[in-house]
Design a protein around this ligand. Structure first.
Ligand code: G3P
Ligand code: MG
Length: 384
């Protein structure tokens, strides 16, 4: 299945012909078919969107996975290493940008696995770092004592000596109605509670402050300004060195931040930094995507009134799961590690811009855009 190369020769021809073919004969749930079902995982940045702008014909491509009444007919998920907002908010935003109805369960972000850690840290003080609403994301997962790094920093006077020179303001989500007495009490309580873990939820915004404050937390056992102590746990939602945003060249991602933090921490602390990174290309992320796509499939089959036996018979054996990504080292490498049922498709709209396949992590297929990828999938699945 590996090392195939597909150049889309004529876009206009394939786009005109496929919708007819698909709408007449294709449904992964069609009762006359014993065809094993398939699912699709879409990377977001560099495949479906650049910043907030849809790319590569993504709205058209996604619409083909729904029937005329707007009901989902092919199980698919978004599998992104990005994040910063809850899955429900992201689903709503993506739905608006792409013109289709997306369920929160269809959105798997880099930080989604942090849900699984909630039992360990439910009532412990934890700090959430990154753009967007990192603390709100963690609260929605069930963390009861979580502070954004903006708010946490605000309780330590002069912790960031560069703050007076910064031209922007960080507005921590502190309760505006609280009195100065309550704020002072809160300050003491935060300063005297050990941070048990730091979660890098999304790309950090103020690297200099975040590296400084994280070093403070991590080398003191969670009590900045105090003597050194056992390092609290540290979790990263992904380890992407670079990703594609709106600027033509790739941008530094969370992996770059991790390298910076680790290099500095290891110079100032005798014991090297310990951490865990989530996100693609970890195989468990793909296994989770598969499980979610299976649940979607099951729900689709129930909606279509299939018998329980037929449903159970089908579960656990998606014949093919397609990963459509733009980053060979992340998306394609991950799909390769996830097992033989995963078929990787590399687009040229993001990190990868090559003419031929990637030399180190070659995809099963290389196409120009996500629309070409969906064309290919539907053609292939129609024929089989
Ligand atoms: O911050 C975004 C990023 O690291 C990659 O997102 O959608 O390409 O997995 P995505
Ligand atoms: Mg990407």
């Amino acid at each position: 299945m590996r090392h195939r190369l597909f150049r889309v020769a004529s876009h206009s021809r394939s786009r005109k012909q496929l919708p007819l073919l698909v709408s007449r004969s294709f449904s992964p749930l069609s009762s006359q078919s014993d065809r094993p079902p398939f699912g699709i995982a879409f990377d977001i940045d560099g495949v479906v969107l650049l910043g907030d702008t849809p790319i590569g014909g993504s709205p058209r491509a996604l619409r083909r996975l729904y029937d005329d009444s707007g009901k989902l007919k092919i199980p698919f998920v978004f599998l992104t290493n990005g994040g910063g907002f809850s899955e429900s908010k992201r689903a709503q935003d993506l739905g608006q940008l792409l013109g289709v109805n997306i369920l929160p369960s269809q959105v798997i972000q880099g930080h989604t696995p942090f849900k699984q850690l909630v039992n360990r840290f439910e009532n412990e003080l934890v700090v959430a770092v990154g753009k967007g609403e990192p603390a709100a994301v963690m609260s929605e997962y069930g963390y009861k004592n979580v502070l954004s790094i903006d708010e946490y920093t605000s309780y330590f006077d002069a912790i960031d000596p560069l703050a007076p020179y910064k031209k922007w303001t960080t507005k921590p989500d502190i309760d505006q109605n609280s009195t100065s007495k309550e704020t002072a009490k809160r300050k003491i309580s935060v300063q005297t509670q050990r941070v048990q873990a730091a979660f890098i939820v999304s790309d950090p915004v103020d690297w200099s402050r975040d590296i400084q404050v994280l070093c403070d937390i991590l080398r003191t056992g969670g009590l900045p300004g105090r003597e050194s102590g056992k390092q609290p746990l540290l979790f990263f939602a992904n380890d992407d060195l670079e990703y594609q945003a709106t600027f033509p060249a790739e941008r530094l991602g969370m992996g770059a931040f991790r390298i910076a933090l680790e290099a500095i921490y290891n110079r100032i602390n005798p014991i090297p930094l310990a951490y865990t990174s989530y996100g693609k290309p970890n195989p468990f992320v793909y296994a989770n995507a598969e499980a979610i796509a299976e649940t979607l499939l099951r729900n689709l089959m129930l909606l279509n009134k299939y018998g329980e036996n037929s449903i159970n018979h089908r579960l656990g054996w998606f014949k093919t799961l397609y990963m459509i990504g733009d980053n060979p080292k992340i998306d394609i490498r991950g799909a390769q590690r996830a097992g033989d049922r995963w078929f990787s498709i590399l687009t040229r709209t993001g990190v990868f811009k090559g003419k031929d396949n990637h030399s180190e992590f070659p995809a099963d297929l290389v196409v120009d855009t996500v629309e070409d990828a969906v064309d290919f999938i539907l053609r292939k699945e129609c024929r089989s």
